[in-house]
Design a protein around this ligand. Structure first.
Ligand SMILES: [Zn+2]
Length: 298
């Protein structure tokens, strides 16, 4: 059932609707939010696949799906909220008397504190990301994250400025919560969406809510110390020689930064150690110190 959990009248544009799909009743309660960032579309597709599975098999407990949190941003292909250019994910726990995005954030947060909460994202519009769970290095959610069977589980130390994000607010409220990301922004990657939807079905299975699909082992489970970030030393045109998921050995040529005009090689990027490519730059124009690749070292 689709229900409006919050609305705002927008001059000359109609009504912003924060919509929720609810399946089942009672506990446990799983809440999955997508589309906080309006140019990250894989979450919308993944939640539509999941809704289809839930129509075929009702859960034991409640599953709430909120696929289009930043609906107007999705409509415009913009990461930020079009009301006031605020990042909805940096607006939690929100304010019922605040700006438009603070009001949306408040309504979303109030409606989404379940036993287990998942926030879905894509990579930025510049990079492709391996489907993965990112969770706090200190959380108790590790078994839930593993149960999704996504290729990568990354236990991250909190970064400066992340304290107001939805996952942090969920956890502060006592929910078990983590973020899932995969693919690239501004595009629909059907395989990534299907992988994330399947992971969510495994998560429901591990919570005893549905009959689970076949389990899938995690390819890599890492902490920050095992993630090698490779940035370009100089600006140019990046030509990758590897893709997300590739296994590489130390010294492997990962890509070249070349002159945009003429193609002369400015920099070769080589693997500093044996590992797996989990992030790859897809938008080729780069400036000094921008992200090119991430490797996880096992
Ligand atoms: Zn995002």
């Amino acid at each position: 059932m689709v229900e409006d959990i919050y609305t705002i009248e927008v001059p000359f544009r109609g009504t912003y609707r924060l919509q929720r799909l609810r399946f089942g009743r009672g506990s446990p309660r799983l809440v999955v939010v997508g589309g906080l960032h309006g140019n990250e579309l894989n979450s919308v597709y993944a939640l539509n696949l999941l809704a289809s599975a839930l129509r075929a098999q009702a859960p034991s407990g409640t599953v709430d799906l909120i696929p289009m949190a930043n609906a107007f941003g999705i409509e415009e292909g913009r990461k930020l909220g079009p009301f006031d250019d605020q990042d909805l994910n940096h607006t939690f726990p929100g304010d019922p008397d605040g700006t438009a995005m603070q009001r949306v954030a408040h309504a979303l947060f109030q409606a989404s504190c379940g036993d287990v909460c998942v926030d879905l994202h894509s990579g930025s519009i510049l990079v492709d990301e391996m489907p993965q769970v990112r969770l706090s290095a200190k959380g108790d959610e590790l078994d839930l994250a593993r149960a999704m069977g996504l290729p990568l589980v990354w236990r991250r130390q909190p970064r400066t400025g992340e304290t107001a994000q939805l996952v942090d607010c969920w956890r502060a409220a006592g929910c078990q919560a983590f973020r899932v990301t995969g693919g690239r922004g501004a595009t629909l990657d059907k395989a990534v969406g299907a992988t994330i939807a399947l992971g969510l079905r495994r998560l429901m299975g591990s919570m005893g809510m549905t009959r689970p699909p076949a389990p899938c082992p995690v390819l890599a489970e890492v902490t920050d110390e095992q993630v090698v970030v490779l940035r370009c030393g100089t600006g140019g045109f990046f030509v990758p020689e590897v893709s997300v998921g590739d296994h590489v050995t130390s010294g492997h040529l990962l890509g070249r930064v070349v002159a945009p005009v003429g193609g002369a090689t400015l920099e070769e990027v080589r693997a500093p150690s044996t590992g797996i490519v989990v992030t790859s730059r897809l938008y080729p124009m780069v400036h000094a110190q921008e992200l090119l690749l991430r490797l996880v070292v096992l």
